[in-house]
Design a protein. Structure first.
Length: 321
């Protein structure tokens, strides 16, 4: 009898959270569907994904959180290989954006097995690909300050505690220039390719990962004004309505600062830079996604509260080869 084809699946064996443990058990229980590749580092995950793409694999699966996902995306960038997602991390923001149930690995496997492909925009920050969002300044500093031990014990609360610590500092001024010639200044910048940020919050309400544009939010004020205006914006129906923010769309931006500032992509710290260029890649990312996104009670409640109706699905789908 012919041996059934297995999906190459890249995962981080050192993920020791309860969710990570359940994911490993699920993979073992379905080992006949996967060829498992444990990685020792993010760079190894990038290289593995790139090798599979070069070898012509039709699908490569990332099993883990947003860090593992970003590494696999980096390896697949520019190829025709489709990304499959098995969400097993704390946030799983991109999985939520696509409509993949972040709390059900069986449902995520069903999405992969159906083989429907969506092609989404892929941007880079100083050449490093990201698929969901990126940040310069405040939120990247929060990620920089959040230790792995805190995330293991407290989950998302660990980021909140780090945020309280970061709020006491005085950030440097950032200069933002778009490729269209628009100029802004502020203390923090968020860039969204998708609409979701930090889990289930629809922060970039005009975002569409098919329009070749980033949604950009520039924060003008630091400290607790930053938090109060953000909450005020949420209450009014959009963070762009807060007094100290500017919200616009652009095909690309450059952020500059007199000193090095932290930068994050897809929730992972990229590093510190004085100049960061955000640009779209020459080809889109192919990803396995449901035809109809799942909805959770929390997402429905947030949409009702913020009065942000979901945008019609404009994605095209096709069967994997």
């Amino acid at each position: 009898m012919p041996i059934p084809r297995r999906y190459p699946l890249i995962f981080n064996p050192r993920a020791r959270s309860e969710k990570g443990g359940k994911a490993r058990q699920f993979l073992m229980d379905h080992a006949n569907r996967f060829a498992l590749y444990a990685t020792n580092s993010g760079q190894e995950a990038v290289e593995l994904a790139r090798k599979f793409a070069d070898d012509g694999e039709p699908v490569v699966i990332a099993a883990g959180g947003d860090g593992t996902l970003n590494a696999v995306v980096s390896g697949l960038a520019g190829s025709r290989t489709a990304l499959g997602i098995m969400p097993a991390g704390t946030m799983n923001v991109f999985a939520r954006e696509l409509g993949i149930d972040p709390n059900s690995l069986p449902k995520a496997l069903e999405v992969i097995e159906k083989g429907l492909i969506r092609e989404v925009d892929l941007f880079t920050a100083n050449g490093s690909p990201f698929v969901q969002m990126a940040g310069v300044g405040f939120d990247a500093k929060v990620i920089e300050e959040t230790k792995w031990e805190s995330k293991k014990m407290l989950g998302p609360l660990a980021y909140l505690l780090a945020a309280v610590k970061v709020l006491g500092g005085k950030p440097p001024e950032l200069e933002i220039v778009t490729v269209e010639g628009h100029r802004e200044s502020g203390v923090a910048v968020l860039c969204g390719n998708g609409s979701l940020y930090g889990g289930q919050f629809r922060l970039f309400r005009n975002a569409d990962n098919l329009d070749s544009k980033l949604d950009v939010i520039v924060f003008k004020e630091a400290g607790y004004r930053f938090v109060l205006d953000s909450l005020h914006g949420f209450a009014l129906g959009g963070i762009d309505l807060a007094d100290s923010t500017s919200y616009f769309q652009s095909e690309g931006i450059t952020v500059s600062c007199e000193r090095e500032v932290p930068v994050q992509i897809d929730g992972e710290l990229l590093g510190r830079f004085k100049k960061i260029e955000f640009r779209e890649t020459s080809s889109r990312l192919r990803v396995l996604a449901p035809e109809t996104p799942c909805q959770t009670p929390f997402m429905d409640a947030m949409k009702s509260l913020l009065q942000w109706p979901p945008k019609p699905e404009a994605a095209t789908v096709a069967k994997t080869s």
